[in-house]
Design a protein around this ligand. Sequence first.
Ligand code: CA
Length: 82
Amino acid sequence: MRRLLERLTMASREDYEKFFREADVDNSGTLTFEELLTILRRNGYKQSENDLKRIFRITDTSGDGLISLDEYNGGDGTAASN
Ligand SMILES: [Ca+2]
């Protein structure tokens, strides 16, 4: 996720977290796919919904259908730990 956002926003770590909190409109501390899609679209990200779903699933290392801040900061999935 982070690499995606890095390309998208060229942002610092603080900016990632700000982006996360901005996306997390209900302040649940986790992002749903819809929240992520909304913020990416708002920032002009044009990748297809199917591609974004795949990225979402890779980022959601716990598989609960929500992305926590830890998962969000965890990279692009290739470095997933147990
Ligand atoms: Ca999760």
